[in-house]
Design a protein around this ligand. Structure first.
Ligand SMILES: *[C@@H]1O[C@H](CO)[C@@H](O)[C@H](O)[C@H]1NC(C)=O
Ligand SMILES: *[C@@H]1O[C@H](CO)[C@@H](O)[C@H](O)[C@H]1NC(C)=O
Ligand SMILES: *[C@@H]1O[C@H](CO)[C@@H](O)[C@H](O)[C@H]1NC(C)=O
Ligand SMILES: *[C@@H]1O[C@H](CO)[C@@H](O)[C@H](O)[C@H]1NC(C)=O
Ligand SMILES: CC(=O)N[C@H]1CO[C@H](CO)[C@@H](O)[C@@H]1O
Length: 425
């Protein structure tokens, strides 16, 4: 007959045994999970080309969603390239390899040193003080420009940039506001990331420096947030743009190889002009990718308004327009893929597209295509130019459209990101 103390010892051993088995199983399970996640990482880092990209990344997302602890990819192929890195602030220049679309070769200041902006003032536009944004952007050497702290920069005159510059607002809350804004003219290789640009005004009719060796007279500006003229390899990513005197982004005078991605556009009438004028035929070579942007509250028209060139409009979220979303004149080629277009309630403004001042007999020949777009609240896209596939090839940048059902998650962090040091952005 077993004593009660022997029974208790037996029970204790039994409990201990169960505990050990549980702990062992738990460790095995965790190791399984880790090796699964390693495998996933290896698969993710395999190089993939544009034709397989969309399918692959969709598969990856499904997997990532299941492995909750790994999830930071949301189907945004540009962000997925760098945003999961908690050490983004030590690897800032990695961003330069993450561009996609026609502007994917914009390296900005990748090959230069860092320049830290410490002074938000703009006292002297001919001899700018070292430590100011103006002093940084006019230099001849490549520079990766970052900000010491949060700041509001009220520019007295347009900020005339020089080639090979990145303006990287990550880690600070940087506003360029209530004054002049950004001019990209006759240069190449610029990346602008993570700025709030708003309430831009007309300035000018004065002398402004554009490089260490040159300053000259500048006429009255239009009051655009970002004005791109005769420039190439430009990438505008994750900015918020609103409420300016003229356009939010204008691309004119033979500019090309441009990507405008992940931006948040709000409160503005004429949002984006791509192409100088109907008679400016140098814009026939223009290629612009408009991807992953959120066209939000308070917008009226021109998202974008195109002329002559080739425009790839991919996976954008259009939640507000008063008049129309995509328009143009002078035979532009428009390739609209995987966007979500939500029409306003106004019954006369349901059409996504607008051909400006052109007879139907003429615009019937223009190549405007909608593929996989999601049309909400009665929105409709009028395509034209069926069958002219050669021109569509020129309007297909290497950014494979994802299903429009993913636009919500892809654009959920459009605009500047709240990046904190030591954490993924
Ligand atoms: C992309 O990859 C697929 C599958 O690996 C291959 O069949 C195809 O030829 C590749 N396309 C290009 C343009 O490299
Ligand atoms: C430019 O400034 C000059 C003098 O500073 C003035 O006479 C001229 O009217 C101005 N031009 C415009 C277009 O405002
Ligand atoms: C300067 O701007 C004014 C006002 O926008 C315009 O009337 C004038 O033609 C411009 N001058 C030059 C030289 O471009
Ligand atoms: C509806 O849209 C049409 C066409 O853009 C415009 O003329 C009209 O003013 C709009 N109506 C309202 C109530 O906004
Ligand atoms: C390449 C790859 O990893 N494919 C997988 C992605 O996830 C889906 C859904 O779980 C699988 O069906 C694929 O085989």
């Amino acid at each position: 007959m077993a004593s009660s103390s022997q029974k208790m010892t037996g029970a204790c051993f039994f409990v201990l045994f169960i505990f050990v088995v549980c702990a062992f199983t738990a460790t095995r399970l965790r190791n399984d999970e880790i090796s699964r996640s390693r495998k996933l990482k290896t698969e993710d880092s395999q190089s993939f080309n544009s034709s397989t990209m969309a399918i692959r990344s969709e598969q990856n997302i499904t997997k990532r969603r299941k492995l909750g602890f790994l999830s930071c990819g949301n189907g945004n192929l540009i962000d997925d390239c760098w945003r999961c890195d908690p050490n983004w602030h030590k690897n800032r220049k990695r961003l330069a390899g993450c561009g996609m679309g026609f502007g994917s070769n914009a390296i900005g200041g990748r090959d230069g040193r860092f320049y830290v902006v410490i002074d938000p003032t703009d006292e002297d536009v001919i001899n700018p003080n070292p430590g100011t944004l103006r002093h940084a952007v006019i230099q001849d050497e490549p520079l990766w420009i970052i900000f010491e702290r949060d700041m509001v920069i009220n520019l007295k005159q347009e900020l005339i940039m020089n080639s090979y510059k990145t303006i990287d607002g990550r880690g600070a809350n940087v506003h360029i506001a209530n004054g002049a804004c950004i001019t990209i003219q006759d240069i190449k290789n610029v990346i602008i990331h993570g700025l709030h640009i708003h309430d831009c005004k007309k300035t000018g009719n004065t002398t402004v420096r554009s490089s260490p060796s040159h300053y000259g007279h500048r006429n009255i500006t239009d009051g655009d947030a970002i004005s791109i003229m005769a420039s190439s390899h430009i990438w505008i990513d994750h900015n918020s743009l609103s409420h300016c005197k003229d356009g939010l982004v204008d691309v004119i005078q033979g500019s090309t190889s441009i990507t405008i991605s992940n931006n948040l556009f709000t409160h503005h009438d004429e949002v984006m002009l791509l192409g100088h004028s109907d008679s400016y035929t140098k814009d026939k070579m223009m290629q612009v990718t408009i991807a992953y942007n959120h066209f939000g509250e308070g917008l009226h028209q021109r998202m974008p308004r195109c002329r002559h060139g080739y425009f790839h409009v991919v996976n954008n979220d259009y939640t507000h327009w008063e008049m129309y979303a995509i328009g143009g004149s002078a035979n532009p080629t428009i390739n609209s893929q995987g966007n979500r277009f939500a029409a306003p309630n106004n019954r006369s403004a349901k059409e996504v597209t607008k051909r400006v001042n052109t007879e139907e007999s003429e615009w019937k020949k223009w190549n405007w295509r909608s593929e996989g777009d999601m049309l909400v609240n009665g929105a409709f896209f009028i395509p034209s130019g069926e069958g002219a596939s050669a021109s569509h090839a020129s309007a297909s940048s290497l950014l494979a459209a994802q299903p429009a059902s993913m636009v919500d998650s892809i654009t959920s962090s459009a605009g500047p990101l709240g990046c904190k040091i030591g954490k993924p952005c």
